[in-house]
Write a protein that binds this ligand. Structure first.
Ligand SMILES: Cc1cc2nc3c(=O)[nH]c(=O)nc-3n(C[C@H](O)[C@H](O)[C@H](O)COP(=O)(O)OP(=O)(O)OC[C@H]3O[C@@H](n4cnc5c(N)ncnc54)[C@H](O)[C@@H]3O)c2cc1C
Length: 597
């Protein structure tokens, strides 16, 4: 297959396009060139930008997926976008971060720009433009309301002064979407967003700041941009003056979902490396993977990865089906996934032993690299704490919605249908009714339980899943009682952050049940779905974590011989099979069939 065979995403069926890109990158890696662990390691050691790999993604037409279909691009389904990001990230996170950044920079224009602005930017992105998103400043990261960069009226437009740093692709970007203070007395309405085309700025009115050296994603262009009287035309303003903060908060609801692809890719890469190691490393004359304790570690990690995948599937479909609830859903995704995957990578690192630490001994040091690379995902685009803060602010609505058993049934049904066009006007700063996924968990658990008895006989997968879903619903009910008494506060108590972490796990359990319901009929016969294997393993793993909210530590419940060991064995067998075949570690294929229109 050549790049030309997968050149046109707009003319291909989306699922086919993602699979073709994945296969193409895989073939390049297998040939030992781009996307191979050796090539990526060499660039990382040299702290060199992955120029050629980004050019390959450009040649494959990946950038068209950063542009919504209504503005001339190929993005008709956010689920496909996240999958595409994952398929790059599962080979090299630095490349994924460097390339997909354009979606983050452009998102405010998709959300709040004029149609003409959006079509124009879309056309430029498909033609090769790269857009950075410049929010942070040296003295202010998360605290956007403290931003100092100013935009004052002048010269028939705006004059920009100040420094944005650190910013991904600030130097290499052709455009910067920046937040600036337009009215010093305007409070939260005193900021506006601008799309600056760097080539149109007069010489000397801006300069790129040097590349910052980083712990991970070492080759990425993490730099900055300093403005000194840079003149921007009126047409560079994105949405109304004063709407900058609101537009940023709404756009983050989309970009935080895209970050899920980064975590899923890194998690899958880590699990593949650890499984390959366990299959080939001989201890006392037997492969390491023959040991029950090692199988349990691999099975736990697989269950976490599949839980994260279920969350991502539901969340990315919610962009089309439950857009008004994304303030909750995107915060859950951005807080939960990097935390789960960082923890999982840590445990797999222990399994790899010295091979997780030695630079060149195993897979060109790819494990240590992905561990360093993934550490940034929990920090940028809103840290875990910032997202938990946002959830805490929504506790009263979540508690109320849960108590009223309200959920958008039509919206939930739309999750299983083909995506309708995304309408950004449906986004809300706070979800009015709470979260349908979590608030619908009790009803979903009842459906999944069907006529099964709550105390399931071992070996009856469907009944065991029903019992696990009911127990997750009971945990959710208990949690919402505790959420309901948390008083809104500018600086919430530490215990509120633990409740937010617990809420994320509830969401994950509910997402697993939703995905199971949506896919199990089409997936009948697949080993992973048979007897509800993956869904039981995920609920088991999530409930084990729920016992220790907020700590992120695993409590080791699945010891050999205890309940769960049989499930762990089956998951480990499935995992070893997927890794031996070089297949993606995913519950997807079954879901891709039979999605009604
Ligand atoms: C590799 C890299 C790439 C980056 N790319 C970009 C980019 O492209 N564009 C861009 O604009 N920025 C970018 N950043 C900056 C990044 O978004 C910020 O680092 C991040 O927002 C946190 O800001 P800070 O580090 O200044 O921490 P601070 O904002 O000073 O926060 C310090 C600590 O307080 C916590 N905290 C802050 N506010 C709250 C709150 N409300 N509730 C609870 N806890 C809180 C934070 O989680 C953190 O632990 C990048 C950073 C790095 C390292």
């Amino acid at each position: 297959m050549s790049a030309a065979d997968v050149l046109c995403p707009v003319r291909q069926a989306p699922a086919g396009y993602v699979a073709d890109v994945d296969a193409y990158l895989g073939a390049l890696a297998a040939a030992g060139g781009e996307f191979s662990t050796r090539h990526c390691a060499e660039l990382d050691r040299a702290e060199a930008f992955p120029e050629q790999m980004c050019a390959t993604l450009d040649a494959l037409g990946v950038s068209a997926y950063y542009v919504p279909a209504q503005f001339g691009g190929a993005l008709a389904s956010y689920e496909d976008l996240v999958q595409l990001v994952r398929c790059v990230a599962r080979r090299d996170l630095t490349v994924a971060v460097a390339h997909a950044k354009t979606f983050l920079g452009a998102a405010p224009v998709w959300v709040a720009g004029t149609p003409a602005q959006a079509v124009d930017l879309g056309c430029q992105i498909i033609g090769g433009a790269r857009v950075s998103w410049a929010l942070s400043e040296p003295a202010h990261g998360a605290d956007l309301l403290a931003s100092d960069v100013s935009a004052r009226r002048g010269g028939g437009g705006y004059v920009i002064d100040g420094v944005k740093w650190p910013v991904n692709n600030a130097t290499r970007g052709t455009h910067a979407c920046l937040l600036a203070r337009t009215d010093p007395a305007g409070g939260s309405r005193g900021f506006s967003l601008f799309l600056a085309e760097k080539a149109s700025l007069s010489p000397g009115s801006y300069r790129n700041l040097p590349k910052a050296r980083t712990h991970g994603i070492r080759g990425a262009d993490i730099s900055g941009i300093a403005f000194d009287g840079a003149r921007l035309p009126e047409s560079s303003l994105v949405a109304e003056p004063g709407s900058g903060i609101e537009t940023v908060l709404l756009s983050l609801q989309l970009t935080r979902l895209m970050c899920a692809g980064l975590s899923l890719g890194a998690g899958e890469h880590a699990l593949r490396l650890a499984t390959e190691f366990a299959m080939t490393r001989m201890i006392q004359g037997r492969p390491l993977i023959d040991r029950p304790a090692i199988r349990a570690v691999l099975a736990r990690s697989a269950a976490l990865l599949l839980s994260a995948e279920a969350v991502t599937i539901v969340a990315s479909r919610a962009v089309h089906a439950l857009a008004g609830e994304l303030s909750v859903i995107s915060a859950v995704v951005k807080a939960l996934l990097p935390t789960l995957i960082d923890g999982m990578i840590g445990e797999l690192g222990e399994l790899l032993g010295s091979r997780s630490f030695l630079d060149c001994e195993y897979a060109d040091g790819a494990f240590a690299k992905l561990q360093r690379d993934h550490a940034i995902v929990a920090i940028f685009d809103g840290s875990t704490s910032v997202n938990r803060s946002s959830l805490i602010g929504q506790f009263p609505r979540l508690a109320r919605g849960y108590a009223q058993r309200w959920h958008d049934e039509a919206g939930i049904a739309r999750l299983a249908a083909r995506p309708s066009a995304f309408d950004p006007r449906g986004l809300r700063l706070q979800s009015p009714g709470g979260c349908s996924i979590v608030q619908g968990l009790t009803a979903a658990a009842d459906r999944v339980s069907g006529g099964h008895a709550a105390s399931a006989a071992p070996g009856d997968g469907g009944a065991c899943l029903g019992a696990a879903a009911r127990s997750a619903a009971a945990a959710a009910t208990d949690l919402h009682r505790r959420l309901a008494v948390v008083r809104p506060a500018a600086r919430p108590a530490a215990s509120a952050y633990s409740l937010a972490a617990e809420y994320e796990l509830c969401f994950a359990a509910a997402a697993c049940v939703q995905v199971w319901e949506a896919g199990h009929q089409a997936a009948a016969g697949s080993p992973l779905w048979s007897g509800a294997l993956w869904a039981r393993a995920c609920l088991d793993e999530l409930s084990a974590r729920a016992l220790h909210p907020g700590t992120g530590t695993y409590i080791g419940r699945l010891a050999p011989g205890e309940p769960g060991a049989a499930t762990a064995d089956q998951i480990a067998d499935w995992l070893a099979g997927a890794v031996a075949a070089g297949a993606p570690i995913t519950l997807r294929p079954a879901l891709d069939h039979g999605r009604p229109s």
